[in-house]
Write a protein that binds this ligand. Structure first.
Ligand code: NAD
Ligand code: UD1
Length: 339
């Protein structure tokens, strides 16, 4: 039986792009996903692009028995763990759902991994674990835990659990990847982000305005202490992010313990930069209006990406032009996403 990488949440936005790069790198993949925020269509397109097949099991990772059956059926060597909820606003309204899915889901996964002697885990974390108090650029040694919402707290709690787990048994090889702001789409235009309802995040919102589904972008505040007064973030192309997972997977094959890596570009762009870049590279008008700040937002957030470069030999290569062009190709070819 060929050894496989298990990808939880592999039908989702970042997971599906990573599955594609795993297949391109000759890994054999089994995806588990409960399709709570995705459909089979993304993975079907990955199979079409790569001309390779993906084993898929529709299960919830909190169901330990179902997960155990997956570990019995396949020879799993390592796990990339994307499955979870990701909306900050929803987490404030439904904290128990977020702690349950994100924390209990990861606990359930780790228990099954331990039972089946699978010790390599790459976890999808977020720059949100650094919270609001940190100076930019943010390096991995900055304190974590000053989180401002249940989503961020659930990611922080998982990181704490994984640190303790790695300390408890030297066989564990765990990397937590702290993503900055993932954007963009596969350059084929076949795969991309397909948010439910009105997007909360800037780039999907901008692209839906450009395609005519929404009328204007609301810019949340222009009185921040930044060059043009609007919020600054470290946007990273989803294909670079996917390749960062391959680099982490390869590194952790050879290294024990727990490691945290920032996955960002190290460059910040303001909201107005993003809107004008999107207009330039899509050729579409993107009307916008300045409105009040969004509660909980910070002025700026960007990575010090040196640790991933030095240790994983990985750095983000795709610039704002590719992020915007690829987003637009996906959005214009698939105005209703996968449906
Ligand atoms: P996504 O919602 O597109 O993908 C998550 C996938 O997990 C979905 O396919 C969903 O159906 C599945 N899922 C959720 N709960 C599950 C469960 N209990 N059992 C099985 N499957 C389950 O989100 P994404 O943008 O691809 O994010 C992937 C991961 O990266 C998440 O953990 C998210 O918190 C983290 N992250 C995302 C961002 C971002 O901006 N997208 C930023 C930082 C961190
Ligand atoms: C948000 C989450 C973060 C999560 C990330 C996932 C918050 C506080 N943080 O990050 O935890 O990991 O999404 O991608 O929600 N903006 C507008 N108008 C809009 C939307 C956004 O002006 O319609 C601005 C925001 O104020 C911010 C920037 O655009 O300055 C980026 O916002 P967004 O894409 O939502 O990401 P973050 O807030 O950085």
């Amino acid at each position: 039986m060929k050894q496989k990488v298990l990808v939880t949440g592999g039908a989702g936005y970042i997971g599906s792009h990573t599955v594609l790069e795993l297949l391109n790198n000759n890994y054999s993949v089994v995806v588990v996903d409960n399709l709570s925020n995705s459909s089979r269509e993304g993975l079907r397109r990955v199979e079409q692009i790569t001309q390779k097949t993906i084993d898929f099991e529709e299960i919830d990772i909190r169901d330990g028995d179902a997960l155990s059956r997956v570990f019995e059926r396949y020879d799993i060597q390592s796990v990339l763990h994307f499955a979870g909820h990701k909306s900050v606003g929803e987490s404030v309204a439904k904290p128990l759902q977020y702690y349950d899915n994100n924390f209990t889901g990861t606990l359930s996964l780790c228990e099954v991994m331990q039972r089946f002697n699978v010790y390599e885990l790459i976890f999808s974390s977020s720059a949100t674990v650094y919270g609001a108090t940190t100076q930019c650029p943010i390096s991995e040694s900055a304190p974590i835990g000053a989180t401002t919402n249940p989503y961020g707290s659930s990611k922080y709690m998982v990181e704490r659990m994984l640190m303790d787990l790695a300390k408890s048994d030297p066989q564990w090889r765990i990397a937590t990847l702290r993503y900055f702001n993932p954007v963009g789409a596969h350059p084929s235009g076949q795969l991309g982000e397909d948010p439910n309802g009105v997007p909360n995040n800037l780039v999907p919102f901008v692209s839906q305005v450009a395609v005519g589904k929404l009328s204007e972008v609301k810019v949340f505040g222009n009185d921040y202490n930044t060059a043009d007064g609007t919020g600054v973030r470290d946007y990273i192309h989803v294909v670079d992010l996917a390749l960062g997972h391959i680099a982490a997977l390869q590194y952790m094959e050879e290294h024990q313990g727990f490691e945290a890596f920032n996955l960002g570009t190290g460059r910040g762009h303001s909201v107005l930069n993003i809107i004008s870049a999107f207009e330039k590279y899509s050729g579409q008008k993107v009307p916008f209006r300045i409105v009040e700040r969004r509660s909980g937002d910070i002025a700026e957030c960007f990575a010090n990406p040196n640790k991933a470069k030095d240790i994983l030999n990985w750095s983000a290569e795709r610039d704002l032009k590719e992020m915007m062009e690829d987003t637009w190709r996906w959005q214009s070819k698939n105005p209703s996403g996968y449906s």
